[in-house]
Structure formats: structure tokens, C-alpha cells
Write a protein that binds this ligand. Structure first.
Ligand SMILES: NC(=O)c1ccc[n+]([C@@H]2O[C@H](COP(=O)([O-])OP(=O)(O)OC[C@H]3O[C@@H](n4cnc5c(N)ncnc54)[C@H](OP(=O)(O)O)[C@@H]3O)[C@@H](O)[C@H]2O)c1
Length: 329
């Protein structure tokens, strides 16, 4: 095995022009870690936010971007059991995925679901873990729930829609065009709202016969806070996972009380390894069988070789994508 590898770094903060493909030392796995030879890495909005300088890696995480990969186990730490060199895996990371090799805490490794190719497996860990932890572990989505999913055509949105439907909930999505809403219906959305043309609070009341959303999965943040609470049913739960519309807003507590509603927010990346391992274990138990049965599909729109990482980010920045974009090593 070589002692160096290709990796992506950001030189300063800004647009895709700050992206550099460099040579770095190949990392060594610690006692509880596995070295993965990366086959593909998924792009996530966090990678773009890090590039723009507004979402630095948490303490101890690599500065190399990349929150999810697929690949093969290349070396195993002293205390690791249950995995073998050569095994096909995918992994949830706190960084480091845009490289030929990455070290992964063993609790964040997942097998590649049967029937899924090694490249497309890179599209699954971040979205599956984010959706499972927020909608099912935190918001407790159950059969019959109306779930409003903002950004239904994105990487998170396509998986959230499918998982809500698979567990008997009723996913309603927002998206920014009629074409994207049509795409969302293919993943099981029972209704779609064009957020550029329609008032999602009003439409959610109409779609649910006045009931409202039992759960809202929000990727917009401040600019949607009041409307999200207005869209909730009595006892509804708003889960904020993205801040594309800002981080600071005024909260009408009277509205919250009258709905007996709750608001939570999480970031997956900064959670301690032990919590990530718990999420990964639950995803392996509850979500992977649905992927293997074909109930949940991957949603890969484009693949770029690592040398074209700038083009991959330009594609992501354009906002015209649906589903996931991957880098292949
Ligand atoms: N907290 C966490 O742990 C965590 C983990 C993973 C991701 N996230 C967040 O989840 C979000 C989605 O991530 P992703 O990787 O799936 O990115 P993505 O594929 O680029 O999706 C972004 C989505 O946001 C939608 N959007 C933008 N402005 C909107 C608005 N005003 N109203 C409704 N939807 C709007 C876009 O919809 P259109 O394309 O239709 O315009 C798009 O579907 C990001 O904000 C990301 O930071 C959070």
C-alpha cells in the first residue's frame, strides 16, 4: 500500500475555485478504527457550507471534506472485530471522504446493502442516518402521520419521503418547480407544494383536511420558523436540520403553546462517536432491510471522477440537481 493518497482541500473560503486536489499522507487506523480504500464519496450541502467557510469541521475531524463514502476495508485497527480486509462497506464520517483512503470509527461502518452497487452505496449513509435519527428517533414518526418534508427533491428529501412512506406515514413535500415535484411523486410523496408559487401553510391545511403536519422536517430555518409552526397539527413536532434561510428568527411562543408543539434541531456531524454508532446500528437494523427489499431506492443523479471535483461542486451549487451527486475514486 502506498503511503500517500489524493485528497481534496479548500484553500481559503469561497466558490469552487478554492478547491484543490493535493497529495496527503495516507492515514493510519487507530485501535478502534478501520482504514477504507474509498470507491465513491457522496456530496452533501455541508461540504459546500464548509467550502464557503460557514461550517468548519468539528474539533478532531479531518479538514478534508466528505461525510460519507463507500469502498473496501484496507486495514483494521488492533481492537476491531467483526470486519475483514477486503469487505465492501459504506460509512458515515465527520469528514475526510474526498480522498483515496479514510479512517472510520468502527461503529460508523455499514455493510453495503445487498443489491446495491459499491459506487451507489456512497449515496446512502448520510441521508439514511440523518432521516432515521431526526424523523424516527427524535420526532417519533409513526404510521398515519402527516409529514411535511421541505426540499423533497434533494438528497435528504428523497430518502425522507421514501422512509416516511415505508413506515406508513403520509409524506407531503415542497420543491421549487413542477418538474421537481413530479420527481418527488416517484418516491412516494402523496402531495407536493411548489414553494415558489404556493403558501405551504394553507396548502398543508387543505391537503390534510385541516389537520396540519404531525411532523415538519425543515432544511430552511429562520425564514420558515413561524410558517412551519403554523403548519403543525396539535402536538406536532418541528425538526430543524438546515439553515438555508438563516439561523435567527423570532418565535411566537403563544403559537407554539396553542399547538402544544415542540421544536428541535440537530446536526449529525458533531454528534459523539457513540451516538453515531447507535444511529448506524439502528439504520442497519431498520433501514437496510428496506433497501435490500427494494422498498427504498437510491437517488443518484450524477457521478464525477475525483479529478472533476470542481465540476461536481458547480453542479451542486447550480441547485438544478435532484437526489445525490457522487465523486468516484
Ligand atoms: N442537521 C443535519 O444533521 C443535516 C444532515 C444532512 C443534511 N442537512 C441539511 O439538509 C439540507 C438538505 O441537504 P442535501 O444534502 O439533501 O442538499 P440538497 O440535495 O442540495 O437539497 C437542498 C434542498 O433544499 C431545498 N430548498 C432550498 N430552499 C428552499 C425553500 N425556501 N423551501 C423549501 N425547500 C428549499 C431545495 O429545494 P429545490 O431544489 O426544490 O429548490 C433542495 O431540495 C441542507 O440544508 C443540509 O445542510 C442537515
Amino acid at each position: 500500500m502506498t503511503t500517500t493518497m489524493r485528497a481534496v482541500e479548500y484553500e481559503g473560503a469561497g466558490g469552487p475555485e478554492v478547491i484543490r486536489l493535493v497529495t496527503r499522507p495516507r492515514p493510519e487506523p487507530g485501535p478502534d478504527e478501520v482504514l477504507v480504500k474509498v470507491t465513491a464519496a457522496g456530496l452533501n450541502r455541508a461540504d459546500v457550507q464548509q467550502r464557503r467557510g460557514v461550517y468548519p469541521p468539528p474539533p478532531g475531524a479531518p479538514d478534508i471534506p466528505g461525510l460519507e463514502v463507500s469502498g473496501t476495508v484496507a486495514a483494521i485497527g488492533r481492537d476491531v472485530s467483526g470486519w475483514e480486509v477486503g469487505a465492501s462497506v459504506c460509512a458515515l464520517l465527520s469528514g475526510g471522504g474526498y480522498a483515496d483512503y479514510v479512517v472510520v470509527p468502527v461503529g460508523q461502518l455499514l455493510r453495503v446493502p445487498m443489491g446495491i452497487g459499491l459506487v451507489e452505496a456512497a449515496s446512502l449513509p448520510e441521508v439514511a442516518c440523518t432521516v432515521w435519527s431526526n424523523l424516527f428517533m427524535t420526532a417519533g414518526v409513526t404510521a398515519g402521520d402527516w409529514v411535511l418534508i421541505h426540499g423533497g427533491a434533494g438528497g435528504i428529501g428523497t430518502m425522507a419521503t421514501q422512509m416516511v412512506a415505508a413506515f406508513g406515514g403520509r409524506p407531503v413535500v415542497t420543491a421549487g418547480s413542477a418538474e421537481k415535484l413530479e420527481y418527488c411523486r416517484g418516491f412516494g410523496a402523496v402531495a407536493g407544494i411548489d414553494y415558489r408559487e404556493e403558501d405551504f401553510v394553507e396548502r398543508m391545511r387543505e391537503i390534510t383536511d385541516g389537520h396540519g403536519a404531525d411532523v415538519v422536517l425543515d432544511v430552511v430555518g429562520a425564514s420558515y420558523l413561524e410558517r412551519n409552526i403554523r403548519a403543525l397539527a396539535i402536538g406536532g413536532r418541528l425538526v430543524v436540520i438546515g439553515l438555508q434561510g438563516g439561523a435567527r428568527a423570532e418565535l411566537n411562543l403563544g403559537l407554539l403553546m396553542s399547538r402544544r408543539a415542540s421544536v428541535t434541531g440537530t446536526t449529525l456531524r458533531a454528534r459523539p462517536a457513540v451516538e453515531k454508532a447507535q444511529i448506524v446500528a439502528e439504520v442497519t437494523e431498520h433501514v437496510w432491510p428496506l433497501v435490500e427489499a427494494g422498498t427504498l431506492r437510491t437517488a443518484v443523479e450524477a457521478r464525477y471522477p475525483l479529478e472533476q471535483v470542481v465540476e461536481a461542486h458547480e453542479h451542486f451549487d447550480s441547485g438544478r440537481h435532484t437526489g445525490k451527486i457522487l465523486l468516484t475514486m
